[in-house]
Design a protein around this ligand. Structure first.
Ligand code: GLU
Length: 509
């Protein structure tokens, strides 16, 4: 540390500040540093989000650092649009990062240097074999019934031979020279794992075109960002021994590993597109609340204790521990998410819910400042009434729409079921008159009037209630009708009652 101080003291004030900062950081010996490293080749899906979430919870629990790294070395398949979409998804769930995003595509030269340094130290070697040559040798080996792994054809090339191949323009990859032995590590989820190097081939670090492989870039970056714990999906377990060898070769401390069990669909097969759209933003667009989604995702593989409780983010941070992650594969059960979401919609403070709902209403052209000023009390009562029947913000927005605007659709099934009764043509106009005469258009008064009219006309009150529900809201299910009508107001109620024949016709055509 002394040395770097002397050197940097000759630099600018900012250099000195940076040096001081890094000294401070290095001094925090037990500081947890984790990273989330998505590849921007698609939208962020739920599997990757769970990895991000566990890294984030672990970092926050230990007051550590959460680094975000975008693994865009596959230039052809990565896109900036997908990187943006990933950041948007993390933001929506509420996962903030302390460092990054670090883009691997800006660090190619660093990976090349690392690979060359290993060649210089005899820990890696140039390989000029073409894919065709390797394929032919692989087939020949397998034809003899032997197991194939790269045969170190290029390990013993002389400098002259290498030079000759270079002059011929044959691209040179760099392969890691896997030593003999066994690599062992204690996975924080899966326990002790040992892999005999007999089963590892000399894997490629740098391709012939100069692009790094995943193993190289991931380890170089994890070393550079001083990652202490690598928490990722267990599809990466088989990569870990190779990466540990690389850490050692690069003379860096090996982090601890925790591999999270694969998420399964309800059919107990690997969760995939077949199980529906698994992109995180899709859940936002379907009207799930970030906190419900957070609870749902966090509880895949981990339980803070009480399955019945919705935890605040702070509570989850406090409770989180890697020890409590279960080894078994969790099942992605959407009904649990729906249950959490509707509970949260019903339990959260009204003003908070309105805040969440606002963008949805705005998008549908249903928002106005009035709802927050003159009509605030009415609006709060409306949201409070309708939330009981809503599983998502989309449901809630749809439920509220007919109270605010005239544009809403009629469920054809509900119309067929509840508006065909011929008696309605006779009784509804009478009821309209009753409603018009009411001094106070309040729920109890509306109920009393409706029941009296039903009694007088020899029609079941339920028939009128169902018909009114469909006429005023377009649907067969809603909170208590009398409260609905009171909130809807006399004018809208009467106007919609008059639409009986119009609505019937609409469904027939
Ligand atoms: N980019 C890799 C992935 O998306 C993650 C690599 C890692 O976590 O080591 O699977």
């Amino acid at each position: 540390m002394e040395g770097s101080w002397t050197f940097l003291n000759n630099g600018s004030g900012y250099d000195i500040f940076l040096a001081w900062k890094s000294t401070q950081r290095n001094n925090k010996k037990n500081m947890v540093r984790v990273r989330f490293a998505p590849s921007p080749t698609g939208h962020l899906h739920v599997g990757a989000l769970r990895t991000a979430l566990f890294n984030w919870l672990f970092a926050r629990h230990h007051r550590g650092t959460f680094v975000l790294r975008i693994e865009d070395t596959d230039v052809a398949r990565s896109s900036e649009e997908m990187s943006r979409s990933i950041l948007e998804a993390l933001n929506w769930v509420g996962l903030d990062w302390d460092e990054g995003p670090i883009y691997q595509s800006q660090r190619f030269e660093i990976y090349r240097q690392a690979a060359r340094s290993l060649v210089d130290r005899g820990l890696a070697y140039y390989c000029f074999c073409t894919p065709e040559e390797i394929e032919a040798r692989r087939q020949a080996t397998q034809a003899r019934g032997e197991h194939w792994k790269y045969d170190r054809h290029c390990l013993e090339l002389t400098d002259e031979e290498k030079q000759e191949l270079r002059e011929k323009g044959v691209p040179a990859a760099i392969r890691f020279l896997v030593p003999e032995g066994v690599t062992e590590f204690d996975d924080l989820v899966h326990g002790h794992i040992a892999v005999d190097h007999k089963n590892l081939e000399d894997f490629v670090l740098l391709r012939g075109d100069g692009f790094p492989t995943y193993h190289l870039s991931v380890v170089v970056d994890d070393i550079d960002t001083r990652i202490t714990h690598v928490i990722r999906g267990d599809d990466h377990i088989s990569n870990t021994p190779k990466q540990i060898l690389l850490y050692r070769a690069l003379a860096a401390p090996v982090p601890q590993f925790a591999h999270l069990p694969l998420i399964l669909g309800p059919d107990r097969k690997k969760l995939s597109k077949r199980h529906g759209d698994t992109s995180v933003l899709n859940f936002r667009d379907k009207g799930y609340l970030p906190l419900a989604f957070f609870n749902f995702m966090a509880q895949l593989s981990w339980s803070p204790g009480n399955e019945e409780k919705i935890y605040s983010v702070e509570e989850m941070v406090r409770e989180f521990s890697l020890e409590r992650i279960s080894k078994g594969s969790p099942v992605f059960d959407l009904s649990k998410l729906e249950w959490l979401n509707s509970r949260l919609i019903n339990e959260m403070p009204l003003t908070e819910l309105i805040g969440q709902l606002r963008p949805w209403l705005e998008r549908e052209g249903l928002w106005s400042e009035e709802l927050m000023t003159e009509r605030r009390e009415w609006f709060e009562r409306l949201v409070d009434l309708t939330r009981s029947r809503s599983r998502t913000l989309v449901d809630l927005c749809g439920m509220i729409a007919p109270f605010i605007a005239d544009r809403f659709s009629y469920d054809p099934e509900a119309v067929r079921k509840h508006l065909q009764n011929g008696e309605l043509d006779r009784v509804l106009p009478l009821l309209e008159d009753d409603f018009r005469k009411l001094e106070n258009f309040s729920a109890p008064e509306i109920e009393r009037t409706l029941r009296e009219r039903a009694e007088k006309e020899g029609i079941k009150a339920a028939v009128l209630i169902h018909a009114l529900r469909v006429l005023t809201l377009g649907r067969a299910v809603s909170p208590g009708l009398f409260d609905v009508l009171e909130l809807m107001g006399r004018e809208k109620t009467l106007a919609r009652m008059e639409r009986l024949s119009e609505v019937r016709e609409m469904i027939q055509t």
